[in-house]
Design a protein around this ligand. Structure first.
Ligand code: NAP
Ligand code: G4F
Length: 371
């Protein structure tokens, strides 16, 4: 039985990857941070009682900023594969916490690589690094490939670029098996609530049932190549099954504006939107609403711009060419953007309905503010 260690197991990708690897028969170890509240919602369904002999899903407390902890865990677990998904992954937040982003996103991988070497596992343990299309930043080529020069536009992108290059350096210097997955944006119902896709689907669902009135967004013109996280974690695993370590773009080769993503999300709720105005005055307005169960009314303004969501430096356009992943890994995206949007909106609608049921039963409930 192969043993995998996943950092960032409580995140979106960690949850999908853990499920995928357990399905393939792996023993899966995950590092979770200590938090004052439970932070394992996304993986609770995978938990099995450790007192059972056959438990194959094991969580350990840890943090990528703590070398001693990383060294001890890797020496104890002796994993065949490490998937380094742990990160301060929010681009806008990285402008507020640049030093922390560097510590986790750049130095975190270095700590793992040194821990693998110290444990004498350089030739045994294969390592996946969660690299990102954010490294292309101000894009130098369209579409972006593994050969496109990088030009990061955020502290997060710069930190991830360090991790990308330290992965390449250790691969060349010590002959270690380390692969960079350069993944373009991937989403799902498990996506963090402050990333733009989930923020849109969640707010649209709240509005449909009368729990919110306005969705405040930033740059509607930004274009992203959005795929489904459950497709993308399969590519991570495939990268570590190759004869040689390498770097791969994982994308859909289709790009869409934030504005159009919003149009698609509201469409799923039977709402046709039109946009009027320029820049900060732009608004998204209901043209028509076909579902009598939802409380939208014609001419209702559902989207407005709040410049606080603008970034000091923006990544305007991402679109990835995944030809190399297709040729060498046999990987292709399976889920279309249309299906992804439908899945996310439907899941958020279900969540809101559950919240309302609790409210109607007189239970205390709380809807977090948009961020
Ligand atoms: P996510 O949902 O934000 O999950 C990040 C994970 O990292 C969480 O489990 C988080 O723990 C953990 N983490 C944060 N700081 C940590 C620390 N100091 N020590 C240990 N763990 C820490 O991100 P994701 O969307 O799953 O992305 C997974 C990885 O892929 C990240 O490295 C991200 O940068 C990269 N990536 C993502 C995308 C995308 O579109 N999703 C694209 C390219 C690359 P908590 O749950 O406790 O916060
Ligand atoms: O959803 P986002 O926050 O994702 P972003 O910045 O592209 O980063 C994500 O994808 C990267 C891969 O390219 C990952 F490496 C990274 O970890 C993360 O998963 O923003 C997407 C776009 C941006 O252009 C942003 O300016 O949406 C724009 N946007 C417009 N209004 C907004 C908002 N973004 C957020 N988060 N919130 C808004 O209100």
């Amino acid at each position: 039985m192969k043993k995998a260690l996943i950092t960032g197991i409580t995140g979106q990708d960690g949850a999908y990857l853990a499920e995928h690897l357990l399905g393939l028969g792996y023993e899966v170890h995950g590092i979770k941070r200590r938090a004052s509240l439970f932070n394992t919602d996304r993986i609770d369904h995978l938990y099995t009682d450790l007192h059972q002999d056959a438990a194959r899903f094991i969580l350990h407390y840890g943090d990528l900023t703590d070398s001693s902890n990383i060294i001890r865990l890797i020496a104890e677990i002796q994993p065949d594969e490490i998937y380094n998904l742990g990160a301060m992954s929010h681009v806008q937040v990285s402008f507020s916490e640049p030093e922390y982003a560097a510590n986790v996103d750049a130095m975190g991988l270095l700590r793992i690589l040194e821990a693998v070497r110290l444990a004498g596992l350089s030739q045994k343990t294969r390592i996946y690094q969660a690299s990102t299309s954010e490294m292309y930043g101000m894009v130098q080529q369209i579409p972006q490939t593994e050969k496109t020069p990088f030009y990061p536009r955020s502290p997060y992108g710069v930190a991830k670029l360090y991790a990308y290059w330290i992965a390449v350096n250790y691969r060349e210097a010590y002959n270690m098996f380390i692969s960079n997955g350069i993944l373009f944006n991937h989403e799902s119902p498990l996506r963090g609530e402050t990333f733009v896709t989930r923020k849109i689907t969640r707010a649209a669902a709240h509005m449909a049932l009368g729990l919110d009135k306005t969705l405040w967004l930033g740059n509607l013109n930004a274009k992203r190549d959005w795929g489904h996280a459950k497709d993308y974690v399969k590519a991570m695993h495939l990268m570590l099954q190759q004869d040689q370590a390498d770097d791969f773009v994982v994308a859909t080769n289709r790009t869409t504006t934030v504005r159009h993503f919003a149009i698609m999300a509201f469409q799923r709720l039977g709402v046709e939107l039109r946009f009027e105005g320029q820049n900060e005055q732009e608004t998204g307005i209901v043209v028509s609403s076909s579902n009598p169960d939802f409380v939208f009314t014609p001419e209702q303004i559902v989207i407005r711009i709040d410049p606080k969501y603008y970034r000091p430096t923006e990544v305007d356009l991402l679109i990835g060419d995944y030809a190399k992943a297709k040729e060498k890994l046999g990987w292709e995206p399976q889920v279309s953007l249309e299906t992804l949007v439908e899945e996310m909106v439907d899941a958020d609608l279900e969540l809101v309905k559950r919240t309302l049921t609790l409210k109607n039963q007189g239970l205390k409930f709380y809807i977090p503010q948009q961020q």
